[in-house]
Each structure stands twice: as C-alpha cells, then as structure tokens.
Design a protein. Structure first.
Length: 109
C-alpha cells in the first residue's frame, strides 16, 4: 500500500513539475507576444510618420523648417537666339589661373 501511495505522490509531483514548466514557457511566450505587439505598434507609428513626411503637407512643413520660401512668381523661360549671349568662360588648365572664352583655348599661345 505504501508503494502505491508513494507512486501516486511521485506521479502527482511529476505532473506538478510539468505544469510548472508549461506555465514558465507560456509566460515567456506571452512576454514575446507583448514585445512583438509593441514592435508592431512602433512600426505602424513610423509608417504613419513616413507617410506624413512624404505627403505634400509634410514636404511643405519640412521646407518651411529649413528656410525655403515660395517663389514670388513664375518665370517662363524662352529660348534665346544663337549668338545673343556671350561665350561662357572656362579655366585653361595649362595657364596659371587665366580665364579664356570657350572656343578660344587654342588661339592663346
């Protein structure tokens, strides 16, 4: 009879030990789920922030924060007749800091 009672207590102790392990494992799983949920909420918040930054209102707010201003008006560029502008000036790499008009590089000695 004492062997049977000892066996029953052993079985009950083993069941209690397994339950303790299961509870600890479930606690770790719950902690991981909570951590994952917090990370998902952070990602959602960052996605919303990124969407606002990429929106026209966000770009306008960024431009104002950095000091950009709206243009007072629009200027339509029109083509200029050939020869109406002076030739661009380029640096001559073989002369000492002398500027020559583009196309005249070979004429100077």
């Amino acid at each position: 009879m004492s062997v049977v009672i000892g066996g029953v207590f052993t079985v009950l102790f083993a069941i209690a030990a397994v339950q303790a392990v299961l509870v600890q494992t479930q606690a770790r799983i719950d902690g991981q789920k909570a951590e994952n949920l917090a990370i998902v909420e952070q990602i959602d918040a960052l996605d919303a922030q990124l969407a606002w930054i990429e929106s026209p209102a966000g770009i306008e707010a960024w431009a104002k924060e950095t000091g950009l201003v709206r243009a007072p008006g629009y200027i339509i560029l029109s083509p200029v007749a050939e020869g109406a502008l002076a030739a661009p000036v380029v640096a001559d790499p073989f002369a000492s800091k002398r500027l020559v008009p583009l196309g005249d590089e070979g004429t100077s000695g």
